[in-house]
Design a protein around this ligand. Sequence first.
Ligand code: ADP
Ligand code: ASP
Ligand code: MG
Length: 432
Amino acid sequence: MKVMKFGGASVKNAAAIRHLLDILIHENHENYCLIISAMDKTTNALEELLDEKLSEEKALDAFKEIKDFHYQQAIDLLDGDEGLIEATSYARLFRELKAELLSARLKLAAHPNHSVTFDEQYDRIVSYGEILSTKLVHTFLVSRGQNIEWLYAPKYVITDVNHRNAGVDWENTNKRIADLDQNKNYLSQGFIGSSISGSLTTLGREGSDYSAAIFSYGFNASSMTVWKDVSGIYNADPKLYRGAEVYTGISYEDATEMTYYGAKVIHPKTLRPLYEKQIRLCVKSFLNPALLGTIIDNRRTSNNTPTFIIKENQCLVSLQTKNLDLINEGSISYIYRMLFQLRIRVNVLQISALSFSFSFDYDERRLKEIIANFEVDYFVRYNDHLQMLTVRNYQSDQLSNFYDNYEVLLEQRSRNVVQFVTKNKLNLNDVF
Ligand code: ADP
Ligand code: ASP
Ligand code: MG
């Protein structure tokens, strides 16, 4: 079984989906499982429907835009064939989504600023992106003679109830995937799952790569390929850095570190299940499938060339003790436990005698909860709209140029890795 994942950009419209079929035919695998994301920026559009600042009328307008976009792509892709358009179940799905949306907005209005309620409603709404895209791609592929079964991922990917960043229940998930017939072809959704009691969950933004790894693990896949709008993994985002160079191969460890620091080309949780079963991962260009792309497997050794990773939209929080209380093991473990409970992922951390500073991906609700939880014991200060740069295998002589150009609010440095949180927008081309 080969697992192939197509992200939002590779199913962004009817033309892209036709191209997906060409790739599938060209790849000619005996049995395959396709994992597919929501089309283009649909996930962002669905997220916006839940914005409390949006009036109901505006939310319904935005809903209609999503609906019109999907219908337009369906009509184009399926040549206006009414029977096929009906097979996408779009009429039912959009009816359901509208009802879900109105109910979610009522619940959110009743519990404003309650992140657990928000996260639960978020998963119910946002998961439609993947259902809509896979229904369309499936209908199209079947109409073009592919023998392929549509799977509802939440029946197979079983998770805990940590909404918006759910953890996988591997035992149940593996049992269910392993029970599938390996002599068939499948198509399923990335990003979504459900708890054992049936509550819809998502695996974190950009989580479809991880879904593909979960299916690869359950199937004991011979390999997994993710099709991207870039030619592979580079030592920096090629859209941000002119000097970026593509790797022909990298180790599981290097890829894991890069994604941990925020290289968004692959979801950070993807590598672990593949590594455990030694499943090779290929990152390939769907724009230019003839290119070899990047291979990640156990034959690669760690490389020591510099890699650059930018993470945007950071919020740097500083907890300052009151009454000259010192930061110590007790306060650190208290703060960390609280951050864990609030589901804050700390991107960089610095501790001094009287303060504990950390940056996380900005989220208004979570910031309010941080302030509410810590302001009794600490003076809480924060800066938002910041950027974080991580350089692995940095060269010290390159850094002076960096200091000349940027105001650094926080810096962490080990022998191999340096991280900066800065105020002004980073431009790698200016510095490296
Ligand atoms: P998908 O279509 O699967 O969702 P993404 O858009 O999430 O794909 O990931 C591909 C994007 O990741 C590229 O367009 C590129 O801009 C970005 N990217 C960031 N860091 C890197 C890197 N080191 N190598 C390649 N691409 C990178
Ligand atoms: N559609 C989801 C997102 O945009 C998951 C993914 O694309 O990987 O985050
Ligand atoms: Mg993506």
